[in-house]
Design a protein around this ligand. Structure first.
Ligand code: ATP
Length: 204
């Protein structure tokens, strides 16, 4: 099945854009939400996290001990890399399982991932979209949505790859500057993907 990866910096509006694709009947896999779920439900991943970061990684009733893990990986790139090396392959497996359920009943699927390029998961997709927005707008949106300060948003932004770096790897762009219609941009891309998906099916 034809797969489209979609990403964008914090507050760019990638989830908002995905909701428009969903209205068009395109199923969306939300990688970050899936990651949180499988960290407690995938036995292989739970075992990996427990042996790497200790039994304290989970509470006695099986919930993730976010505080314990955050203390280990926060500002420690080597430990964060270890966690990512466990979680990313598990998310790939979850994406494949999720995708198999559609079995050509939909023209294509979308995978939304904040770290689409950083995690190499774009390599599992046929094409990619980068959602971008002006810095001030992203800042204001996240401050409003999460009720946090500008400094807190900037600290999160500093941990992400820049739009310039992501743009070099992306195939398509959606400009969510609240001037250009995102619905029209989604419709134009949807048309392209329907054609691509059909062409891919014919050539298989
Ligand atoms: P994150 O990476 O933090 O999850 P995101 O890229 O998924 O962010 P969204 O959650 O889609 O971004 O959007 C951030 C906020 O901005 C939301 O509250 C959303 O409703 C709002 N927003 C996004 N795009 C627009 C738009 N075009 N017009 C008005 N509000 C918007």
């Amino acid at each position: 099945m034809y797969k489209v990866g979609i990403t964008g910096g914090i507050g760019s509006g990638k989830t908002t854009v995905c909701k428009i694709f969903e209205v068009l009947g395109i199923p969306v896999f939300y990688a970050d939400t899936a990651a949180k779920q499988i960290m407690v439900s995938d036995p292989l991943l739970v075992a990996g996290i427990t042996s790497t970061f200790g039994a304290k990684s989970y509470t006695p009733d099986g919930k993730l001990n976010n505080k314990h893990l955050a203390e280990i990986v926060f500002n420690n790139e080597a430990e964060l890399a270890k966690l990512n090396a466990l979680v990313h392959p598990a998310v790939f497996r979850a994406f494949e399982n999720w995708e198999n359920q559609f079995d050509s009943t939909v023209p294509y699927t979308l995978k939304e991932a904040a770290l689409l390029f950083e995690s190499d998961s774009y390599k599992m997709c046929d094409t990619s979209i980068l959602v971008t927005a002006p810095f001030d707008l992203k800042l204001a949106r996240v401050m409003q949505r999460d009720q946090v300060s500008a400094d807190q948003v900037k600290a999160r932004m500093d941990k992400q790859m820049t739009d310039e770096e992501k743009a070099k790897m992306a195939d398509h762009f959606i400009f969510n500057d609240e001037k250009q219609s995102i619905i029209e941009q989604v419709l134009a891309l949807h048309k392209q993907f329907l054609k691509q998906a059909t062409d891919t099916l014919i050539s298989e």
